[in-house]
Structures are given as structure tokens and as C-alpha cells.
Design a protein around this ligand. Sequence first.
Ligand code: ABU
Length: 487
Amino acid sequence: MADSEPLLSLDGDPVAAEALLRDVFGIVVDEVIRKGTSASEKVCEWKEPEELKQLLDLELRSHGESREQILERCRAVIRYSVKTCHPHFFNQLFSGLDPHALAGRIVTESLNTSQYTYEIAPVFVLMEEEVLKKLRALVGWSSGDGVFCPGGVISLCFLSSWARAKLERSCSAPRILVFTQRLHALGRGAAVLGAAQDIQRVVRVTSGSWGKMIPEDLERQISLAKAEGAVPFLVTATSGTTVLGAFDPLEAIADVCQRHGLWLHVDAAWGGSVLLSQTHRHLLAGIQRADSVAWNPHKLLTAGLQCSALLLRDTSNLLKRCHGSQASYLFQQDKFYDVALDTGDKVVQCGRRVDCLKLWLMWKAQGGQGLEQRVDQAFALARYLVEELKKREGFELVMEPEFVNVCFWFVPPSLRGKQGSPDYAERLAKVAPVLKERMVKEGSMMVGYQPHGTRGNFFRMVVANPALTQADMDFFLNELERLGQDL
Ligand code: ABU
């Protein structure tokens, strides 16, 4: 077929299908992997939404397009997408590219199966169990349950079924309470909980200036709630908070939970990967006392989105008991193999993506030691950045980081030495949004900013990409200075 002819269908034409896919892979390798990870290329190509719509020509029409047009569409999608694997993309808790994990993602996508039954996903059912077993072992459990699910908040929703079951069994109390310091994350989960039973309430537990939950406040809030006749149910602690990268004191929180018979969930979506490091795993001391843990290897381990595990200490098949719909068209009980291998009833949705291969393949390639090194290197580089930042005028740390989130204000020349002036905080808070706009429009780098508690906007630099070097840290500081020199 000539390139200019419409590509109405490749059905029944394996030769043309293969040629197209080879071309697409070529484009991906050139544009996403080679250029997208090159410090000399842009991180993003900013366009206003209306212009971008025109450039992409989004409308879906009745006629098909030629192979060349389709390839050009692939190029355009890549051109205007943010290059999250770029060494100057510091915007999220995920970044960077692990080629083995990407290989796993490509194989997964190509095989296009669902994780719900052994009959259609035999390899992945067995692999998922092995990967979850490994993650549980790092938490400190020799047995348990778990499942890969779409993110840490969804993990919390899964626990809602247990809350409901517990309530039905225990009493007709007016409220089941969840104790957390992370209202934002839990709020969405609680919305699902609340939809199921409008007696759900989330209690905010105070955190100190380091962003860590204060166990004494947790104890106080639980006692208060009990005195009001409510039924405390769940405490969620965090290992690696989103902004400050703080680790809650898990031993002390577990003591409180034990005293009151509460379920302890640890949101280690961000910080869970620190368990791989002999040097730094003390930050999660006590995690083995949790009842459940959420851990996202797509963040610090660079497994690729999404790779988010919910791990349970429970061995009573809680997930299946709470979520199982026993759909007779999928989970026939008279199958010719062990039906316990059909794991689809562990989750609330039906079809489920395969999320284990990218992590498994990366682990096979790197080994636990390689992954440990990756975690240690991120800590070391974050420390380098902190020390360099302290040497420069115009950078003010929010706090000494204990993880790889480096939070700081950039104080532009016009505000230096004005710390005492009444509008200092207000003016300082306006700096980060201006610099963000400038860096995105130039495409030179991306880093996040936010207000936090009583603190005005500050930058949150995330040092997670395993390809980062000290030169990238120097570039980051230089670039902020360059972008903000006239402010
Ligand atoms: N799960 C929230 C992570 C947001 C971020 O990447 O900063």
C-alpha cells in the first residue's frame, strides 16, 4: 500500500501491521527514549489549549487516514506531550525511565490480557503473587494477601468493604471513624466509603511542623470519639508524605492502634521503596505492625505507571470475601484448575490491568541490590542538592529533608534581606508561580510548587529519576537563578 493511500484497515494484513508497528517503535525510540531523555532537548513544548487542539486536529471523522498521516499523528502526540523521563522533569513523584520496566510495559500492552483469571493470564497470576510476596517480605510479613490496584487512594477504598463488614457485625453506632492527617488523599477514598454508608467521617490528626502525625493527638482524638459513642475503625499513617516527604512514627502509632484495636493502614505509596535500602529503611521502623500497606513502585523505583500494590497482613481471604461477586461467567467454581488462582474477585472492578510484569522484569535485571543502590543514590543526590542550595544566596530551605523531597523557597533579588517586612510572605508566595510559568513556556525544566499549611508557595523538588547526576542538580539551581534574576 502506498504511503499516501488511506489506511482503512490492517485487518488481515499482518505484513502491513508489522511494518506500521516497526515504524511506530522507531519513532518511540527516537523521540521518547533518545530525545526525551536528553538534557539538551526540551522537557515540554507548551501550547495554549486552543492552539494545541488545532495542532492535534482532534476531531474523529468517518474516513480513515494514510499510514504516513498516522505516523505523523504519533509524532505530534509525542512532540506536545511532557517528557516525564527527561532529566529536568522534577514535577511529580514519578520520573525517569527504566528500560527493563518499559520492556515489561510493552510486552504487557501487546499481550492485552486481564489479570482476573488464571485461564487468560496464567503467567501474570503466578507472577503477581510472587511479586506481592516479595513486597510483603520487605514489609516484614511472611504471609498475607495483596493485589495491584490503580493507586494508593483506591487501596483505601478497598478497605472500605472491610469497614462495612465490621460495622454490620459490630453495632448500629452512629459513625465509623477514620483517623488521618492526610485529608486530601483520604477524602476521595472517604467519598466512596460515604457513598456506601453515610456514617463515615474522617478525623484529622494533628501533624507537627515536620508533617508527621503526632501519636498523642491520635490517642486524644480516638478517646474523644469513643466518648461521643462513635466507632473508630481505621488509622492511616504515611511513610513519605507527598509534599514534605515525612515519615510518620509508625511504632508509636501502632501502639495506639493496638491499645484501641484499630486497623492500621500505612500509605507508603511514596516511601515504601525505601524498604529496599539497608541504610534508610529505619524510616519505616514498625511498618510490619501495620494491617495493610500501600506501596507504589512506579514512583521511586521507576517501574512505570501504574504499579501500585495494596498489601495485607490478613490471611483470611479478606479481599475476596469483601469484594467477590462470584460472576458465574468468569469465576466458574467447577473449572478444571484450582479456582483460587482466579484473583479477579479481590477487587471491585472487573477487568484489571497487568501491573506486575514491569516490576518483575526490572527486578530480574537490577536485582534487589541494584534497586537498593538506586534508592541510596536518590538520597545521596538529594543531600548534594541541599548542600549546594545552602551555599547559594536566594535559596531558603523549608526544612531539612529526611527523604528525597527537597522543599525550599527561591528568594529573588528584590526580596533578599526583606524578611522582616510585613508583606514578605505574601510577595514570596507569588514567586514560584511566576518561575513555573517561565520554565514551562521555555521548556527548560518542570518542578512543582504548592502552599502547605501556613506556609506560602514553595518549590518541591523530587530527586527520583535514577539517571540524575550532580550536573542535573547544578543545572536546576542555575536555572532557577536565571529564571528569577529579574524578580
Ligand atoms: N499520588 C499523588 C502524587 C502527586 C505527585 O506526583 O506529586
